[in-house]
Ligand binder design. Structure first.
Ligand SMILES: NC(=O)N[C@H]1NC(=O)NC1=O
Length: 299
């Protein structure tokens, strides 16, 4: 399989090569790619700046389409674990997504549940149930089926289009090299003493995604509670996937002379988080005391 295409190369292709490269982001609907090319008019002097820009342009074409066209787009998708999947006639993209969610290895009982759900959904709403399943599991899919069957037709129509945009985003991420703008930073605040946590050890691991798995960096916070290197990951190393920080808070609070139990309550704090947009800045901090902690997605 060829490697990911650069945005620079995509920007200098002609219309048919452009659609061949990225048109599949929207299932069996090359019109989305065709209109996007006409709108963006990419070229060497007018390059597509990021996957996010391309995705937003494609999503806008879909959002502005009329209801029938949107309905066709929804129904262009195969059922999850449906007839096309069983007959092995899925598009490559859909096959990969459905198999990542384990839908290609269902037991007879599980298959019967999926068939029942697909039928119930279609008879209530009159279109295919859509869920971006690349990072889902059988359990989360079935739970989502159950919950969404309670919605109105309008809510489901909108939900399906939203899911289709998510599917397209993840497909574009597998096809294209992201722009070099994303990076990961961290900051540790000691909320017991109201100051940055100086000299705390932190380890970063990649748990899934492209590139080396396991430990990818060890850091020590500076007097501002930040990493001396500033960025923990940047450029190509900052890729889609699941990551884990481990904060050695026990050692830090012991060093600080904090009042600790004989067996300290917090020793290490693991923080597992996902990177969905490798072109963005993810700031993933820790606020901690010897007895509690929290985090948030910053930027
Ligand atoms: N029905 C449905 O949601 N199908 C899709 N979902 C996904 O992630 N890939 C598909 O083909």
């Amino acid at each position: 399989m060829p490697g990911p295409l650069s945005l620079a190369d995509l920007s200098t292709t002609n219309d048919s090569d452009f659609v061949a490269a990225v048109g599949g982001a929207y299932e069996k609907s090359p019109w989305v790619g065709e209109v996007t090319f006409k709108k963006l008019k990419p070229s060497a002097s007018n390059p597509i700046a990021s996957i996010a820009v391309l995705h937003a342009a494609m999503a806008k074409i879909v959002d502005l389409a009329d209801v029938d066209k949107k309905l066709d787009l929804i129904n262009s998708h195969p059922d999850l674990a449906g007839k096309a999947a069983l007959a092995d006639s899925l598009t490559e993209e859909s096959k990969e997504e459905q198999s990542k969610a384990g839908l290609n290895s269902l037991t007879e009982d599980e298959l019967a549940r999926f068939t029942k759900m697909n039928d119930a959904y279609k008879s209530k709403f009159g279109f295919v149930f859509i869920l971006a399943v690349r990072n889902a599991t059988k359990t989360t899919i079935l739970k989502s089926f159950e919950a969404r069957l309670k919605n109105t037709r309008m809510q489901e129509f909108e939900q399906c289009i939203a899911q289709i945009h998510k599917i397209a985003w993840m497909r574009l991420l597998t096809i294209l090299e992201p722009a070099d703008t994303g990076f990961l930073t961290c900051h540790v605040l000691d909320t017991a003493s109201g100051k940055p946590a100086d000299d705390m050890e932190i380890v970063l691991e990649r748990l899934s995604g492209e590139g080396q798995l396991g430990v990818i960096g060890s850091f020590v916070t500076n007097s501002d509670g930040r990493l001396t290197s500033g960025r923990a990951l940047t450029g190509k190393d900052f890729s889609v996937g699941v990551y884990k920080w481990t904060f050695e808070v026990g050692d830090y609070f012991a060093k600080e002379g904090a009042k600790l139990a004989g067996t300290p309550f917090l020793t290490s704090v693991p923080l597992i988080f996902g990177i969905d947009n490798p072109e963005d800045h993810y700031h993933v901090p820790l606020l901690c005391s010897p007895y509690g902690y929290s985090t948030y997605r910053g930027s």
